[in-house]
Design a protein around this ligand. Structure first.
Ligand code: BGC
Length: 426
């Protein structure tokens, strides 16, 4: 086997590998639920599915990883209408700020967010607010969560160990706004709430964007005996993952080595870097760019390629030729590796979905809907087809019972639904 083929092989997963990973994920769910050691955090969200009783106007704050948004929604008869929205990036080189680094405090971040709320809330209004906070928390109530640790390479000071909703409420009060932060949820939970408003079979939701995570409805949660959504923090799943040397190098150079190993193989924050590390290796081994290496010294810089590059190279090998000023042969090779990385990401994420379904309905008797949001799911070429292919490869005809669909704006609208659910239960 030539050297390139040997490297490609490391990215391929057999049907047996896929089945094993799905079983491992199911085992991790069950160990986590029983309080045994598990890479899944299995965080209770203290919320079930919407009942249809939710109605009224609500504010939503979405603190993701790339942007923050404040919005106002109207909910009526399971429909959610966006009335207003303002968003802003967490970092902007042009405007000269970066709200993601350790030089920013939690108070500064939330003052920035409260500024966005002020733009969507009329001074005469007083509204309940749901807060989507897309990071691992320890949750003890629908309005009580403590940030365990930042992910997605964010390191804002003074938020770890704190309740982000308290910081948000304090910033709202400092601005003199009339908004009551009454629910804090993960973005996967928001996505599930939105999916479940219109689809009774929606029991699983996932984000495949800058970061990655999945939640599902545990039919009888051990804490309440009632249905409750569990945020698995699936990013941390690491049983039996097929790491290549590039995954290990990426992990070692990341802010949190050893953490988020699945996320580092799947999500938008990392796919470009996996490809970059691989191409650097190919370049150094003279398997590509055999002509002139100096021109591509930029490739040696960490994060020199993004997931957008990966998408471009897959869609059009000519983009790779242009980006690297390389031969068509090298362009085709780069496109092929980009496809392999994305195919592996789609396969891995599908194994986690199949593992979750195995836990809920081992024989796949019921119809299941998986609602997914995030830029990688929505826009990365070959990602959605990769999920469908993997479901069919492993489950055969039973794959037809599983609907996988895009749920737009779960993290915004879902926060409003959560606030409405709290309100409906008052
Ligand atoms: C966070 C999760 C979040 C996911 C998707 C991960 O890095 O830990 O809480 O749901 O990204 O945004």
């Amino acid at each position: 086997m030539n050297e390139l083929n040997a490297i490609k092989k490391n990215f391929l997963l057999s049907r047996e590998d896929l089945i094993q990973l799905s079983h491992d994920f199911c085992r991790a769910i069950e160990s986590g639920l029983e309080g045994e050691s598990s890479p899944l955090m299995m965080i209770p969200s203290y919320i079930g599915k919407p009942t249809g009783k939710e109605h009224g106007d609500y504010l939503a704050v979405d603190m993701g990883g790339t942007n923050v948004r404040a919005s106002k929604f109207r909910i009526e008869d399971r429909t959610i209408e966006k009335l207003k929205e303002v968003k802003g990036p967490l970092r902007s080189a042009e405007a000269g700020y970066d709200f993601t680094s350790s030089e920013t405090t939690g108070a500064e971040l939330y003052d920035y967010i409260a500024g966005k709320i002020a733009s969507v809330l009329d001074p005469s209004e007083s509204l309940p607010l749901g807060h989507t906070f897309s990071f691992p928390t320890e949750q003890t109530g629908i309005n009580d969560a403590v940030l365990v640790g930042w992910s997605k390479e964010i390191s804002i000071s003074g938020v770890e160990g704190e309740n982000p909703n308290r910081l948000l409420q304090e910033a709202i009060n400092r601005k003199g706004l009339h908004a009551e932060a009454c629910a804090i949820i993960n973005d996967t939970v928001g996505t599930l709430l939105v999916a479940a408003c219109s689809d009774a079979h929606a029991n699983i939701a996932s984000i495949v964007g800058t970061g990655h995570n999945t939640c599902y409805v545990e039919p009888k949660h051990p804490l309440t005996g009632q249905p409750m959504i569990i945020n698995m923090e699936a990013a941390n799943f690491d049983w039996g993952l097929p790491y290549t040397e590039y995954d290990d190098a990426l992990d070692a150079a990341s802010m949190k080595p050893g953490k988020g190993r699945l996320e580092k193989m799947i999500s938008g924050a990392y796919l470009g870097e996996v490809l970059r590390l691989l191409l650097v290796d190919l370049m150094q081994r003279k398997l590509i760019f055999r002509d002139d290496q100096d021109e591509r010294s930029w490739l040696l810089e960490k994060d020199g390629l993004s997931s957008k590059h990966v998408a471009q190279f897959i869609a059009e090998p000519a983009e790779a030729v242009q980006c690297f000023s390389c031969s068509e042969e090298d362009g085709a090779c780069i496109c092929e590796f980009a496809k392999l990385i994305v195919q592996r990401a789609a396969q891995l994420v599908t194994c986690t979905y199949m593992g979750t379904i195995m836990h809920l309905d081992a024989d796949v008797k019921e119809k299941q809907t998986i609602g997914i949001d995030g830029s990688i799911y929505e826009k990365m070429p070959e990602f959605q087809t990769g999920i469908r292919k993997t479901l069919s490869e492993v489950l055969g005809e039973a794959a037809d019972k599983i609907e996988v669909k895009l749920v737009k704006d779960g993290s915004g609208a879902g926060a409003a639904v959560a606030a409405a659910m709290v309100n409906a239960n008052k």
